[in-house]
Design a protein around this ligand. Structure first.
Ligand code: ARG
Length: 459
């Protein structure tokens, strides 16, 4: 059988190879709920403006509901010649209620229909991702109070740099995921504009009410230009970008914790339910969840590239190329949701290896910058102090001792300002306590941030 989209103009029937090439039902069937919701709102509007009768509307709505439950249960038959989810649903409607069903597509095209469905689907998926990001922020926050006594090395260039409180690390990720949530909120505003009623490309001569369908479908407004709307996939690309940023944050975190769980670092133990073993090496407990989080982030970023390339050469307005937007879109959401669902318990349940961390925290001269700033406070120019402390660190390295154990006289050779009170800022504990600036790892600052985030995530 030919697709109902082939009108009387066709004299030849579809080549079977085109059928399987052009179908999208295999992936866009997951839009069935949104499609049916959109169709009911559209039919209700057709009734309001007098294009169909009350009786027609009731028959359309009830039959669509029936079709929906058949989709839910998996009983709905798929036929490739019906191309996509829209034609499957409409054809079933016509099979069941005949001419009344033939009225549903009045003043509508699959072009505005698919955009409507996708926007409703995306806004729901964005809300789900936002909820998971919030749960992940809570996971990081849940660690903060208990980890206040742990000092970690902060790295730059993956070389030990300065000491920080462990919660300063957790709060850093809370900030990153908050920016992701802010991007979701911003992106959602543009997703949530109703395209329904732009029809194919130029609008319609029929007396439709776009505001009514927009309100019924909980859109914030209606799009203003039918040509733009028919061609617009910005909302899909933006979503794919937002997800790529989340993927990037998760991948960086995963990489860090993979390193932290090595024998070489030994900072953290990942809960065993999220690790796997080796088929040959009995001692192995591998952080596969984190490795796959890092690995799958590539898919999410690749999907963004696919979508960018898909749209870049399209003249206005709808082109069938756009059907190819859905596999990468769905894949990005599925992947990010799966990654977040695993990150949440891993972050909450991983165990800091406090003794191991503490045993090596005085290695690497994390307090060198604090010593330099102590000299600056004594009046030494920064460049001079930087040079002098470099020489002091060199002497400590040669003696293989931390700065706090270097004799005062050795320090004084390079910086005569040094006196016994220098010991108040040396060693990572003292160095941490010496911080004062806003946003720093100073204990008061970190506590303030924990309080602020506790309030923010509670509301
Ligand atoms: N399955 C199509 C898509 O996803 C629906 C729109 C088809 N429109 C058309 N004029 N052939 O883009």
């Amino acid at each position: 059988m030919d697709s109902p989209s082939r009108s009387g103009v066709f004299e030849a029937s579809t080549d079977a190879r085109l059928e399987s090439f052009a179908e999208s039902i295999s992936f866009d069937r997951r839009l069935f709920r949104q499609d049916i919701r959109g169709s009911i709102a559209h039919a209700d509007m057709l009734r309001t403006v007098g294009l169909i009768s009350d009786k027609d509307f009731t028959a359309i709505r009830d039959t669509l509901k029936q079709i929906e439950s058949e989709f839910e249960s998996g009983a709905f038959p798929i036929r490739l010649e019906l191309e996509d989810v829209h034609m499957h649903i409409e054809s079933a409607l016509i099979d069941r209620i005949g001419d009344v069903g033939r009225k549903l597509h009045t003043a509508r095209s699959r072009n505005d229909q698919v955009s409507t469905d996708a926007r409703i689907w995306i806004r729901e998926a964005l809300d789900q991702v936002d909820g998971l990001l919030e749960a992940l922020q809570r996971s990081f926050l849940s660690r903060c109070d208990g980890d206040m006594d742990v000092i970690l090395p902060a790295y730059t260039h993956l070389q030990r740099a300065q000491p920080v409180l462990a919660p300063h690390y957790w709060l850093a990720y809370i900030e990153k995921f908050q920016r992701d949530r802010d991007r979701i909120a911003d992106c959602r505003r543009r997703v949530n504009q109703s395209p329904l009623g732009v029809a194919a490309v130029a609008g319609t001569t029929l007396p439709i009410d776009r505001e009514q369908t927009a309100a019924a479908l909980e859109f914030d407004g209606v799009t203003a230009n039918s040509l733009d709307t028919s061609s617009d996939r910005d909302f899909i690309l933006e979503s794919a970008f937002v997800l790529s940023m989340i993927a990037s944050h998760l991948s960086g975190w995963a990489e860090e914790w993979i390193l932290w769980s090595t024998v070489e670092y030994n900072f953290i133990k990942i809960p065993q339910q999220f690790c796997t073993g080796s088929s040959i090496m009995p001692q192995k407990v591998n952080p596969d969840t984190l490795e796959l989080t890092r690995g799958k982030s590539a898919r999410v970023m690749g999907n963004l590239q696919t979508l960018m390339l898909l749209v870049k050469n399209l003249p206005l307005a709808y082109n069938r190329d756009l059907q190819e937007d859905k596999p990468p879109l769905f894949d990005s959401f599925d992947t990010i949701i799966a990654m977040l669902e695993l990150a949440i318990p891993i972050v909450a349940g991983s165990v800091l290896q406090r003794e191991r961390i503490a045993a090596r925290i005085e290695e690497g001269y994390l307090d060198a910058t604090t010593l330099m700033e102590w000299l600056i406070k004594k009046g030494m120019p920064q460049r001079t102090a930087h040079h002098a402390v470099g020489a002091i660190v060199g002497a400590a390295m040669a003696a293989d001792v931390p700065l706090a154990e270097l004799p005062l006289e050795t320090m004084q050779q390079h910086a005569p300002e040094v006196d016994a009170s220098i010991l108040d800022v040396l060693g990572t504990q003292n160095a941490i306590a010496a911080f004062t600036s806003y946003g720093s790892t100073a204990p008061d600052q970190v506590r303030d941030q924990i309080t602020a985030w506790t309030k923010r995530l509670a509301s």
